[in-house]
Design a protein around this ligand. Structure first.
Ligand code: FES
Length: 113
């Protein structure tokens, strides 16, 4: 089944900087953002391996986020674990619209959990 998203406008878009990891709160959820080659990407705040804070990691030259704890690498584009440990970093779709940047959060239960 296709994923369904609710789209949220990012009000602090100017805080998302090239090659940095910036944490913003969207819908009471902390999400990491970066800009890589001009494009905005969004991904989970915590590492899928052992909960490392991705915001303390770095973006490498190939556009991967490197976790600060054990240095596993994940593509910011799709969460692919390119260092090969078999984990998957959650990523979120972003979309540039006329009135600004939006992020899509998956719709979950009917109560929005
Ligand atoms: S917690 Fe991120 S690589 Fe281990």
């Amino acid at each position: 089944m296709a994923k369904q998203y609710t789209w949220h406008k990012i009000t602090d878009e100017e805080l998302i900087r090239e090659h940095e990891i910036n944490v913003l709160e969207v819908s009471n959820k902390k999400i990491c953002f970066t800009r890589y080659q001009g494009q905005v990407y969004a991904f989970a705040h915590k590492c899928p391996h052992a909960g490392g804070m991705m915001a303390d990691g770095v973006i490498d030259a190939s556009g991967n986020v490197v976790c600060p704890l054990h240095r596993y690498k994940f593509s910011v584009k799709n969460g692919y674990n390119c260092s090969g440990e078999g984990y998957y970093l959650k990523t979120y779709p972003t979309e540039q619209r006329e009135d600004g940047m939006y992020i899509g959060l998956e719709k979950t239960g009917i109560f929005g959990w």
